[in-house]
Each structure stands twice: as structure tokens, then as C-alpha cells.
Design a protein around this ligand. Structure first.
Ligand code: F0G
Length: 337
């Protein structure tokens, strides 16, 4: 299957013959969620972005950002990241034959994401600071050095990520009244809104932040963001104005969800719908359940990343393992009791 630049070239800033760095991203499943629909009192669909090549929606933006970097003759790319951008940048840098460096908050990114960035051969720098500080520093660094910045302040990232909105409208024949989406650095909600606007659609954009990292809800930056959803542990989103514009001009809203609500939604998705996403992704469903969909009949929740990204949270949330002696009676008891 061709990647998303080839599929959507007419609506992306790439000409025929431009270099394309792709891992076959996009075209992710849109899955109906019957039990969640019953709970929410709306027809709920899940956009499973964990099915992208590196397990998160970042690949949509990264194919564009890295292809553009290659077109511009870059030799290296860099990003600050809570983990998924790092994993994606590392993979696409490897694919392109570029050097990749990722700056992550020390000890604060999920194990799967760290493994990805390292395995793909990126230079992984652990900053003694948080994501917001990391982003500020890489912005300054790329002002001084000829390294392409691939965070979502890079326009190509937004361009690539807007294709998810095209897919939703295609799959639902244009009928979609609300989009529930987690908000961290606020690039993704900006991208969906751009994709919808370019298609003449106006679903309500309902953004959700973790309560301990909710600058948009509070109306001011959060100096020490904290949440179990490490992907969205961000206190000063770079796309602040764009995100607020998406929510206000669509008749949407930004709201907060607690870590308990996030983890409840995370378990519910896994146990009742068979879908394993990471904690940050479950914020979209937690938000729908806690705050409703403002009367929308058909709702899509964006599940931004795969559950395997964060095995530590998964194991802490899951049931116990049953030990067993190697005997039939013991197995019988262990399985059936
Ligand atoms: N969900 C997941 C799984 C993420 O990794 C992110 C962002 C978001 C939601 C929020 O998206 O930032 O566009 O509002 N992760 C970034 C990273 C910050 O570095 O991987 P956003």
C-alpha cells in the first residue's frame, strides 16, 4: 500500500518527483465501539492510530517532515519529545539515511518508546528537565545548527497529520458531529481541524488534557505538569492559539480528565472493546464519558498510540498472573476457578 504522501499528494505540499520517505503510514482502522456507544449515548467510533508503522499518529506528520527535510538537503533531524515523536523521528531518519537526535525528559518516557528510539539508532539525549524545556532548547539549537526540527511546530507535520481527517470523512461519508482528541503540544488537534476545514466539514472539536497538565483548560502555562499519561505531560503547548481556534470556531471545548478517569477508560477500551491504547490516548474516551459530546450523534475518539508503548502502566493496571504446578489438576483449577 502506498504511504500517505502518494495517496494524498494533491492536498499536500509535495510535487511529483519529490523524494518520499515512507513506511506505509496512514489508512488506519476506524472501529465501531458498541459498548462505549451504549455508555456514551452516541454512536462512537475509534480511530486506531496505534496501527501506524511505529505505533502512533506521529508517523503521518513524520513522513512529510522527513521527506521535506530530504528535499531541502538536510543531513540530520532533531526533536524534543515525550516519546512517540522520538520513536517516529528515529524510524524515519533511519529510513532516509539521515542522522537523528531526540531530546527526551529523563526518566519520563515510556519504555517501549525509548526502546524504539534506541533501536533505530538515534542519538537519545535524556534532559534533566521536562518536555517544555526540551522543546525550547531544540528550537534554540536549530537556530544555530543546520539540523531540521521535526516537532509539530514544523508545518509539514501538521500537513501530514491532517490526512487523518480526510480518512474519517471518507470512511463515514462525511457524517461526523464531534471529534474527541487528547491534547498535549496541540499539534494534532490543529491538524485535524485543518483537514476538516479543507474538506468543508465542521465537527465539534473536543480536546482533552490530563488534569495535572491542563494549561489550555486553566488558561495559563503549567510549570510542573504531572500525569500518568506521560505522552501529554506538557505544560506550555507550542500550538496553543491554533488549538484554541479549532475548539472555539467548531463549537467545541477543552476539558480536563483526571488520571483515574484516564485509566478507567484505558481499562474499559481493553476489556470491553478489545483495543489496547496507551494512557494518553484513553484521555479522548475518558473525556467523552466524563463530559459528553455536546449532543453529537456520531462521535470519533482518536486513539493516538498503541498500548504496547507503555508496558509499565499496562502491567500495573492489569490483573494478576496465576502461578501453576505442571500437573493437570493444578491447570484445571488455575484455569477454571
Ligand atoms: N497522544 C499521544 C500518544 C502522544 O504521543 C501525543 C503527543 C498526544 C496524544 C498529543 O498530541 O502533542 O499533537 O497535542 N506526543 C508528543 C511526543 C508530544 O513528543 O511524542 P499533540
Amino acid at each position: 500500500m502506498p504511504g500517505l504522501i502518494d495517496r494524498h499528494r494533491g492536498r499536500l505540499p509535495f510535487a511529483p518527483g519529490d523524494p518520499v520517505v515512507s513506511l506505509g503510514e496512514g489508512s488506519t482502522p476506524l472501529v465501531q465501539a458498541p459498548r462505549l456507544s451504549a455508555r456514551a449515548g452516541a454512536e462512537v467510533w475509534l480511530k486506531v492510530e496505534g496501527a501506524n508503522p511505529t505505533g502512533s499518529f506521529k508517523d503521518r506528520g513524520m513522513t512529510c517532515a522527513v521527506s521535506a527535510a530530504v528535499r531541502e538537503g538536510a543531513r540530520a533531524i532533531i526533536c524534543a519529545s515525550t516519546g512517540n515523536t522520538a520513536a517516529s523521528a528515529a524510524a524515519y531518519a533511519a529510513r532516509a539515511g539521515l542522522r537523528g537526535a531526540v531530546i527526551v525528559p529523563e526518566g519520563k518516557i515510556a519504555a517501549g518508546k525509548l526502546a524504539q528510539a534506541l533501536v533505530h539508532g538515534a542519538r537519545v539525549v535524556a534532559l534533566k528537565g521536562n518536555f517544555d524545556e526540551a522543546l525550547r532548547l531544540v528550537r534554540e539549537l536549530t537556530d544555530r545548527q543546520p539540523i531540521a526540527l521535526v516537532n509539530s511546530i514544523n508545518e509539514f507535520r501538521i500537513e501530514g497529520q491532517k490526512t487523518a481527517a480526510f480518512e474519517l470523512l471518507d470512511d463515514l461519508d462525511g457524517e461526523l458531529e464531534a471529534l474527541c482528541i487528547p491534547v498535549g503540544n496541540a499539534g494534532n488537534i490543529t491538524a485535524y481541524w485543518r483537514g476538516f476545514r479543507e474538506s468543508g466539514a465542521r465537527p465539534r472539536m473536543l480536546g482533552f488534557q490530563a488534569a495535572g497538565a491542563a494549561p489550555l483548560v486553566q488558561g495559563e502555562p503549567v510549570e510542573h505538569p504531572e500525569t500518568v499519561a506521560s505522552a501529554i505531560r506538557i505544560g506550555n503547548p507550542a500550538r496553543w492559539e491554533d488549538a484554541m481556534d479549532a475548539m472555539t470556531s467548531s463549537g467545541g471545548a477543552v476539558s480536563a480528565v483526571s488520571d483515574e478517569q484516564i485509566l478507567e477508560a484505558y481499562r474499559l477500551l481493553a476489556v470491553e472493546e478489545g483495543i489496547f491504547c496507551e494512557p494518553a490516548s484513553a484521555a479522548s474516551v475518558a473525556g467523552l464519558l466524563a463530559h459528553g459530546a455536546k449532543g453529537a450523534r456520531r462521535v470519533v475518539c482518536v486513539l493516538t498510540g498503541h498500548g504496547l508503548k507503555d508496558p509499565d502502566v499496562a502491567l500495573a493496571q492489569a490483573g494478576a498472573i496465576v502461578p501453576c504446578a505442571p500437573e493437570l489438576e493444578a491447570i484445571e483449577r488455575a484455569v477454571l476457578e
